[in-house]
Design a protein around this ligand. Structure first.
Ligand code: NAP
Length: 233
């Protein structure tokens, strides 16, 4: 049975990915800043390499080698660029980009040894078009897309695929918190402007991840698979 780790697996999209991969028969551990009573949840901030290594070691002790990694932990930011403090800029880059660096670098050696691995990075549909007031977030998520393509080239020969799923407008606590603060405008108008005429569900992203992780997706790597109801084509 394959062992997977989902960062940010305690909420929203990450939680849906955990549920889906478990339903598909994988062992799935959660790595999140929030404690959880899930038997396979480990608390770690993805920006803290020592904490990530300790959590992943605990997963290995529980389940064995890790062959699937989904990076879903993320932190948004809604501030006009001229008002973004450098501390805020660094924190948003740290969580959304450096956290992905730490987690991928920490699991690649065992995937290489196994000759098989699947990595899926949850980026953002804002990378297709830019998004006002989200400069550090879009910069970090765009870098994640670039990192995805590069790692696909480096580790394809080792049997490891690396893909990104940039979600667009998915109903999660992160999106609801932004909507409550008035950052997202009128949600009904956004739905009207979405070709499939609904808001996205975390399960929509989980379905894409499940496919990219599957054995049959082994010829798909370095791809950015938009899941956005057609808002970004
Ligand atoms: P969410 O409900 O806030 O879930 C994200 C989870 O990651 C939360 O449990 C969060 O904890 C955790 N987390 C945040 N910083 C962390 C850190 N440093 N280390 C470990 N865990 C951390 O958000 P979501 O909407 O499901 O987002 C999941 C991913 O999709 C994110 O990468 C997000 O940027 C991306 N995304 C979402 C949408 C959307 O429409 N929802 C669109 C584009 C991209 P806290 O609650 O404490 O922050």
């Amino acid at each position: 049975m394959k062992n997977a780790v989902v960062t940010g697996g305690g909420s929203g999209i990450g939680a849906a990915i955990v549920a889906r991969l478990r339903a598909d028969g994988l062992n799935v551990a959660i790595l999140d800043v929030h404690p959880s009573d899930d038997e396979f949840a480990h608390v770690a901030d993805v920006t803290d390499r020592a904490a990530v290594d300790a959590a992943l070691n605990a997963v290995r002790a529980q389940l064995g080698p890790i062959s699937v990694l989904v990076n879903a932990a993320g932190l948004d930011c809604f501030t006009r660029f001229t008002e973004v403090s450098f501390d805020r800029w660094q924190r948003v880059i740290d969580v959304n980009l450096n956290g992905v660096f730490h987690c991928i670098q920490a699991v690649l050696p065992e995937m290489i040894e196994a000759g098989w691995g699947r990595i899926v990075n949850i980026s953002s549909s804002s990378t297709h078009s830019g998004a006002p007031y989200m400069a550090p977030y879009v910069a970090a998520k765009s870098a994640v897309n670039g990192l995805t393509k590069t790692l696909a080239l480096e580790y394809g020969p080792a049997g490891i695929t690396v893909n990104a799923v940039p979600p667009g407008f998915i109903d999660t606590p992160m999106l609801r918190a932004a909507a409550d603060k008035g950052y997202l405008g009128d949600i009904d108008k956004t739905i009207e402007a979405t070709p499939v005429r609904r808001i996205g569900r975390p399960e929509d992203i989980a379905a894409a991840c499940a496919f990219l992780i599957s054995e049959e997706a082994g010829y798909i790597t370095g791809q950015i698979l938009g899941v956005n109801g057609g808002r970004n084509t």
